[in-house]
Design a protein around this ligand. Structure first.
Ligand SMILES: NC(=O)c1ccc[n+]([C@@H]2O[C@H](COP(=O)([O-])OP(=O)(O)OC[C@H]3O[C@@H](n4cnc5c(N)ncnc54)[C@H](OP(=O)(O)O)[C@@H]3O)[C@@H](O)[C@H]2O)c1
Length: 258
């Protein structure tokens, strides 16, 4: 950076390990100022650098923020199931004409031995479960438990990062609080200890939570795999280093045109 120049400001929409990795790497560049935006749902988020907590107030609110904070590039590194935020980001980028990139992991693909049943959403998964199993491992977010609450005859092992609110509707069973990554040994022993007969998972992709699917394969258990919601059309990558490269190019272009 030429002495006297201000760093170029970049907004990362976070909530994923990829967002943390990108913020960490981008922070090494003195000509960049990185802000990570989080919805504020997780307690004690571990994110390097500047963090902005809470929603923006829809696409228009995000557009105001991008303009008001002179953001030169917007990276949507939210979770593949955080569809509302991704649609807002695409709309805000279109309004402001600020360069926009989606950083997202590829979905998991079934391999030989997997017994996946692909379903559209939690309601579809809940409708199928009674015919499939009595004891179920739910590896979904605490805000998605309500769909399974009517299934009083089943028993659920529910793993999540933060506990559900005390008055939140949840199905019968046990809540386990844990944050990945998980190992194959850990997942195998969990499934055996609790006599699990089926798993419900979102197709999040990535390596941190993949071992549950390997354990299910080993044990021949069915997996109800919730499919990803539809996403806006935008420039996209699955690589943190490509995203960093893109940020550096955007900041260079902004510098040249200002
Ligand atoms: N959904 C999942 O399965 C999942 C899993 C792991 C992590 N996460 C992370 O958890 C957060 C919330 O996920 P969600 O599925 O509830 O999102 P969502 O349904 O797509 O978004 C709902 C609203 O939350 C606010 N929001 C979401 N992500 C935000 C962010 N990174 N920074 C600031 N505001 C944000 C926005 O509010 P305004 O309209 O007011 O701006 C958005 O309209 C996301 O950051 C996501 O990356 C989600």
């Amino acid at each position: 950076m030429v002495s006297g120049e201000h760093p170029q400001r970049v907004l990362i929409l976070g909530g994923t390990s990829e967002a943390i990795a990108l913020a960490t790497q981008a922070a090494q560049h003195p000509d960049l100022e990185i802000i990570t935006a989080l919805a504020g749902r997780t307690q004690n988020p571990q994110v390097p650098g500047q963090v902005r907590l809470g929603g923006f107030g829809g696409a228009a609110g995000l557009a105001d923020y991008l303009r008001g904070h002179n953001i030169c590039a917007l990276v949507d590194a939210t979770h593949p199931f955080a569809a509302q935020m991704s649609w807002n980001a695409a709309a805000a980028a279109a309004i402001t004409k600020i360069p926009h990139l989606i950083l997202t992991r590829s979905p998991w693909q079934p391999v030989k031995g997997d017994r996946w049943i692909e379903v559209e959403d939690h309601e579809a998964a809940a409708a199928m479960l009674p015919e499939l199993a009595n004891r179920v491992f739910l590896t979904i977010g605490r805000q998605e438990l309500a769909a399974y609450e009517p299934l009083k005859a089943l028993w659920f092992l529910m793993r999540m990062i933060d506990a559900p609110a005390p008055d939140a509707p949840i199905p019968p069973g046990q809540v386990v609080l844990a944050r990945g990554p998980f190992t194959l040994g850990n997942e195998r022993s969990l499934l055996l200890t609790y006599d699990i007969e089926a798993i419900v998972s979102k197709n999040s992709g990535g390596t941190a939570t993949y071992p549950k699917l390997e354990a299910a394969r080993e044990l021949g258990l069915p997996v109800l795999m919730i499919q990803r919601p539809s996403m806006p059309t935008a420039q996209q990558t699955g690589s943190v280093s490509d995203a960093l490269h893109w940020i550096l190019e955007c900041s260079q272009q902004r510098r040249e045109f200002s």
